[in-house]
Design a protein around this ligand. Structure first.
Ligand code: AP5
Length: 212
C-alpha cells in the first residue's frame, strides 16, 4: 500500500506515520528526517537544504526529488510505504505520480490530518525529538532527556521556535494546502480529525486507510 500523510507542521504526521507503518509492515519515509540527516552529515543535498529549513521555507523541488527518488529505489520501499511530508507542492505530487507510474504503481490513499492552528503551535513548541528513531515526545506532559525507546539524547528542533513555526504554517497554507484539492479531484483524499489522544487518532487513521 502507498499512503501519503498530508497536514500542517505539528499535526502528528510523524507520530501517526510511524504507528501506521508498524501496523502495515511498510517503511515510513519522511523527507524532513531525510533532509535533517543530510544536513547533519553535511552532504551536498544537506548543504543546499540547510538555510531553507532553518528559515521554515520549502527546500527546492529538485533537491527534495533527488533525495526521495533515491529512497524510493531501495528494496524495502518496493511493496509500499507511508510518505510523511512529501509531496508538499503540486510539482512534487506530479513527479511522484510520474515516477510511480513508470514502475506500474500509484498512490492508494492520501490522508489529510486536520487540527486547528493553535493546537499545532502548542504541540510544536513543546516537542522533543529523537535524532535516531524519529520518535517525538511532548515535553509539557513528559520531559525525558533521553529517548525511552533507544536511549539517544533528545533535542528540540531549530525550526520549532515560535517565529519559524508561524512561517512554516504560512508556507503550508500557500504551497501545500492546495494538494488537498489536487488529491480530492483524483478521488484519493481521506480527511481525519487529528484532535484527541495518539491512540484514538491512530484508530481513525487505520480505519480510514483500510476501508478506503
Ligand atoms: P518536516 O520534518 O516534514 O516537518 P513538518 O511537516 O513541519 O512536520 P513536523 O515534523 O513538524 O510535524 P508532524 O506533523 O510530523 O508532527 P509530530 O508527529 O512530530 O519538515 C521540516 C522542514 O524540511 C520543512 O520546513 C522544509 O524546510 C523541509 N522539507 C521537508 N519535506 C520537504 C518537501 N517535501 N519539500 C520541501 N521541503 C521539505 O507531532 C508534533 C508534536 O505533537 C510531538 O511532540 C508529538 O509528540 C505531539 N503529538 C502528536 N500527536 C499528538 C496528539 N494526538 N495529541 C497530543 N500531542 C500529539
Amino acid at each position: 500500500m502507498r499512503v501519503i500523510l498530508l497536514g500542517p507542521p505539528g499535526v502528528g504526521k510523524g507520530t501517526q506515520g510511524l504507528l501506521l507503518c508498524e501496523h502495515l509492515g511498510i517503511p515510513h519515509i519522511a523527507t524532513g528526517d531525510l533532509l535533517r540527516f543530510a544536513v547533519k552529515w553535511k552532504t551536498e543535498i544537506g548543504k543546499k537544504a540547510q538555510s531553507y529549513m532553518e528559515a521554515g521555507e520549502l527546500v527546492p523541488d529538485d533537491v527534495v526529488l533527488e533525495l526521495l527518488k533515491t529512497r524510493l529505489s531501495q528494496p524495502d520501499a518496493k511493496n509500499g510505504f507511508v510518505l510523511d511530508g512529501f509531496p508538499r507542492t503540486i510539482p512534487q505530487a506530479d513527479a511522484l505520480a510520474a515516477s510511480l507510474s513508470e514502475i506500474g504503481h500509484h498512490v492508494d490513499a492520501v490522508v489529510s490530518l486536520e487540527v486547528p492552528d493553535d493546537v499545532v503551535v502548542q504541540r510544536l513548541s513543546s516537542r522533543a525529538s529523537c535524532p535516531t528513531c524519529g520518535r517525538t515526545y511532548a515535553m509539557k506532559d513528559f520531559a525525558p532527556s533521553q529517548c525511552p525507546s533507544d536511549g539517544t539524547t533528545l533535542f528540540q528542533r531549530d525550526d520549532d521556535k515560535p517565529d519559524v513555526i508561524r512561517k512554516r504554517l504560512d508556507v503550508f497554507r500557500d504551497q501545500t494546502a492546495p494538494l488537498r484539492r489536487y488529491y480530492e479531484e483524483r478521488g484519493l483524499l481521506l480527511k481525519i480529525d487529528g484532535v484527541g489522544g495518539v491512540d484514538e487518532v491512530q484508530e481513525r487513521l487505520v480505519k480510514a486507510v483500510e476501508n478506503r
